[in-house]
Every structure is written in structure tokens, then in C-alpha cells.
Design a protein around this ligand. Structure first.
Ligand code: PEP
Length: 254
């Protein structure tokens, strides 16, 4: 049985004070829901103070990006060890990073390896654009991103990765994939690639989150699917009641 994992991607939102308030609101409800792995991924400047708030609560902390190099002349970048000092997770290859900051499968792969090397759990995002979806290229694109993102990993390393299938057309649009659409990609595209690369036991162990307009209303239906192992939540993770409801829906997964 894969433990469901729900992570909130706050993107570039919240003041420091708002970030601490949100965590303070989440803590009483989320601390006891141990059947679900749960984490928040705030902007970099809030990682230090939130790691103090979250210490010992069982709720994880993640960054939204990092560089793959250990140190050096990379102005504006953050190194893997710097993230690992405060976080357990790092989101890598988010479609916004790929689209606006020109990340490629190759650089995402370097980041995945660098994250694993410092003990972070990478959340590797894959997903097709609307144009790719409409052209019937979903399987091709998701296969390529998964394969290249995980290239060179041993099965033991791969087992520590979380995949987030995030169709770009569903992110921030209010138009989530249906549970059937997401299940079809998770079970029919991503898991077979994992099986081919790393063997059946590892393919079965890796969590595949769905991301893209997950909210308090549609979460239970999505989580009812056998290969939807949780969610990467954007907009709805900014409101405590919504994020709590999504985590509860994952806990109720039957
Ligand atoms: C995301 O950006 O990872 C995401 C899933 O966003 P939203 O939930 O707002 O669609």
C-alpha cells in the first residue's frame, strides 16, 4: 500500500506573516492525520521560520526549486544542501519552471540527482500542455519527461522519488482532469515507464500525485482511483480549510 501524499505548492504567494498564520491554522488539524504524508512548499524566504514551526509536528516542508550545483558563482540560486538544511522535499520540473525559466528534462534530471544526494525527496512534475493534449501527445510527452527526469537513477534512488502528474491545461484553470483521465495517465503511462526502468516492486512503491485544480470538492473523487496517490495542490493550498479538506479526503481513501 502506498501512503497518500498531499503537498501544497504555495508558489510566489503570501507575506511572511500570512505564511506563519496559514501554518498555525493548518497545524491543529493536520498533525493528527498521520495516515497521509503532508507537506507545505512555501517561497524560499519563509523556509527557516516555518521549519521551526513545523519541527516535531510530522508535517513536512518543501522548496519549490533549487540548483543542482553544490556551491559557487550562481547568483540568485539556492544549493541542494541549503534546502536540505530546512526541508525534506523539493518540487522539481514544475511546468511553470519549464515554461518561464526554461528548465529542460536534462536540468531537471540533474536536480533530481542532486536532491537525492543530499537526502531530499524530489517531487518530479511531469505533464502535457493543452496543445500537446489536443494533438494526442499526452503519453509521448509524459513518457519522455518521466524517463529523462529519472535517467541514471538506481532502483533504490528511484524508490525515493515522488512523481506529480500535472497536466498544464489543468493548473490554475479550475478545470481539473477527471479522475478517469488522471488514473489513465498514472496507471497507463507513468507506472509502466517506472516498471520498465526500475522493475515492478519499485514501480508499485513510487507515489504518483495528481496536480491541477485539485480542490476540496473534487479531491475525494480523484483519490478514489487506485493509482492517484495524493495531490500536489496549488491554489487550494493557500486556504487552510481547503487544504485540510483535501488531506482529509486522502485519509479517507478507501
Ligand atoms: C500546481 O501549480 O502545482 C497546481 C497544481 O496548481 P493548482 O492546484 O492551482 O492548479
Amino acid at each position: 500500500m502506498r501512503k497518500p501524499f498531499v503537498a501544497g505548492n504555495w508558489k510566489m504567494n503570501k507575506t511572511g506573516e500570512e505564511a506563519r498564520l496559514l501554518v498555525a491554522e493548518l497545524l491543529p488539524e493536520l498533525q493528527s492525520i498521520t495516515a497521509v504524508e503532508r507537506a507545505v512548499c512555501p517561497p524560499f524566504p519563509y523556509l527557516v521560520s516555518l521549519s521551526n514551526m513545523l519541527a516535531g509536528t510530522g508535517i513536512g516542508l518543501g522548496a519549490q526549486n533549487m540548483h543542482w550545483e553544490a556551491s559557487g558563482a550562481f547568483t540568485g540560486e539556492v544549493a541542494p544542501k541549503m534546502v536540505a538544511e530546512f526541508c525534506q522535499y523539493v518540487i522539481l520540473g514544475h511546468s511553470e519552471r519549464r515554461a518561464y525559466f526554461f528548465e529542460t528534462d536534462e536540468t531537471v534530471n540533474k536536480k533530481v540527482k542532486a536532491a537525492l544526494a543530499v537526502g531530499l525527496t524530489p517531487i518530479l512534475c511531469v505533464g502535457e500542455t493543452l496543445a500537446e493534449n489536443e494533438a494526442g501527445r499526452t503519453a509521448e510527452v509524459v513518457t519522455r519527461q518521466t524517463r529523462l527526469g529519472l535517467e541514471g537513477l538506481t532502483p533504490e534512488q528511484a524508490a525515493r522519488v515522488v512523481i506529480a502528474y500535472e497536466p498544464v491545461w489543468a493548473i490554475g484553470t479550475g478545470r481539473a482532469a477527471t479522475s478517469e483521465q488522471a488514473q489513465a495517465v498514472h496507471a497507463g503511462v507513468v507506472r509502466p515507464v517506472l516498471r520498465e526502468l526500475f522493475g515492478e516492486p519499485v514501480a508499485q512503491a513510487i507515489r504518483i500525485q495528481y496536480g491541477g485544480s485539485v480542490n476540496a470538492k473534487n479531491a475525494a473523487e480523484l483519490f478514489s482511483m487506485p493509482d492517484i496517490d495524493g495531490a500536489l495542490v496549488g491554489g487550494a493550498s493557500l486556504k487552510a480549510p481547503d487544504f485540510i479538506a483535501i488531506v482529509k479526503a486522502a485519509a479517507a481513501r478507501g
